[in-house]
Design a protein around this ligand. Structure first.
Ligand code: SF4
Length: 414
């Protein structure tokens, strides 16, 4: 990073919020205040913003308490817990490691609050495998991009700026982007000004993807339209994909209850394309370091998210240990959200929250320990959505709140 004087401008800031891993942000830091500078995505501007206000104190049932007192109360609750759920898991790699240690010590189910899309994608990958690509490959080689579902810039504000830069290394000038489902919004169109953008509206992208695979294989699907799209239009898209040097299909499995089917049919389409050309899938995801937390669990215990640790045993079940299902059996919820003020789900048992200080709770948690944000209050590491790159986040100001890793270690080590 390079720093100016006075109101300090910090450049080349890495952003850890949505998983896209933009590393070119500029922020102004004035005392304890932080604000994004220049044009950045609204998500980053909102989540980086900090005012010069006193830290929210730790609390017990809504009554202010010292940090030591809150740590002690959390340890007491966990010591007598029958079935804790350690959820949210919006944290950096150090925090994730400490939370796995916490589960090993007290037992518990581990799940990330945004894991639904990840497991819909896993369902497809487990059935058939997939040929996935990376952000760098999309940027530099992809010449036909098929975007399935709604415009993803709602969740990944700079996606197409990162996907399709004006000067790719290897792809030619004639780059095409086809939106299959929702129409591209103004933001997407603005970022894709140098590409040929088209839109095929449909409420049933799964049906269109199925027909596309058949057409790419050189066969004729029965019917005159698919998902409301005339066969001639589907055939035109199949031909564009077959003619591509490097086609990529991308989707957000978390946005649709059909996410697992979209993942499976997109994977099948890419398999069919790879018989004659080169193609890959790029599933979208990665919010609040879900990819990194999932990787860490695989390294540490050999199972992904949605795993229960009890005694010396671990067991994974993608349905039983999903947050909603696990809450039905849990008596304690440890809720972790350091990147954003994401509130915990409704729960009648005891709640220990290691939370962003601006979190608004329906019911004050039994124990609240406000924590700092990685990449704002303290340094940390997160993973990019394509699992390829780990991103070093720097501190923008002196931390006055503990990190998740520090808070969890204090609870576990007493
Ligand atoms: S698109 Fe994502 S990574 Fe990039 S600036 Fe916005 S929130 Fe950060």
């Amino acid at each position: 990073m390079m720093a100016d004087a006075a109101i300090e401008t910090i450049r080349d800031v890495v952003c850890g919020f949505c998983g896209l891993g933009c590393d070119d942000l500029s922020v102004e830091v004035e005392g304890r205040e932080i604000r994004a500078k220049g044009t950045v995505c609204p998500e980053a501007a909102r989540l980086l913003r900090r005012l010069d206000v006193a830290d929210r104190p730790a609390s017990l049932g809504g009554t202010a308490a010292g940090l030591d007192e809150a740590v002690e109360a959390a340890r007491t609750i966990l010591s007598t817990a029958r079935a804790p759920l350690i959820g949210g898991l919006g944290t950096d790699m150090a925090g994730a490691g400490a939370l796995v240690d916490l589960a090993i010590r007290f037992g518990g189910v581990l799940d990330h609050y945004a894991s639904e899309g990840l497991f819909r994608n896993y369902a497809a990958a487990q059935r058939t495998g997939w040929l996935s690509t990376t952000l760098a490959e999309v940027r530099n080689r992809c010449d036909v991009l098929l975007v399935v579902g709604e415009d993803p810039t709602v969740n990944w504000g700079r996606l197409f700026e990162r996907f399709f830069p004006e000067t790719p290394l290897f792809a030619g000038k004639d780059r095409k982007v086809v939106f299959l489902g929702g129409a591209p919004g103004e933001k997407a169109k603005g970022q894709l000004g140098h590409a040929e953008v088209s839109h095929i509206p449909t409420g049933d992208p799964v049906a269109v993807l199925e027909a596309l695979s058949v057409l790419v294989e050189g066969r004729t699907p029965p019917g005159s339209s698919f998902g409301g799209v005339p066969v001639a239009e589907v055939a035109g898209l199949a031909e564009a994909l077959r003619a591509a040097h490097y086609a990529v299909v991308t989707w957000n499995a978390g946005a649709s209850t059909d996410g697992d089917l979209i993942a499976e049919r997109s994977t099948a389409l890419v398999d069919a394309l790879n018989v004659t050309t080169r193609a890959g899938v790029f599933p979208l995801g990665g919010r609040d370091n879900i990819i990194g937390v999932n990787q860490l669990m695989l390294w540490r215990i050999g199972y992904p998210l949605r795993t229960a640790i009890r005694g010396q045993q671990s067991a994974h079940d993608g349905t039983l240990y999903a947050t909603d299902a696990a809450l039905a059996d849990a008596d304690v919820l440890v809720w972790v959200s350091a990147f954003r003020p994401e509130p915990p789900p409704a729960f009648t048992g005891k709640i220990i929250a290691l939370a962003h200080p601006e979190t608004v709770f329906d019911k004050e948690p039994d124990v609240l320990i406000p924590v700092g944000t990685p990449g704002v209050d303290h340094a940390g590491t997160v993973f990019r959505m394509d699992s390829i790159v780990s991103l070093p986040l720097g501190a923008l100001r002196v931390a006055t709140l503990p990190s998740v890793a520090e808070a969890v270690r204090r609870i576990a080590e007493g």
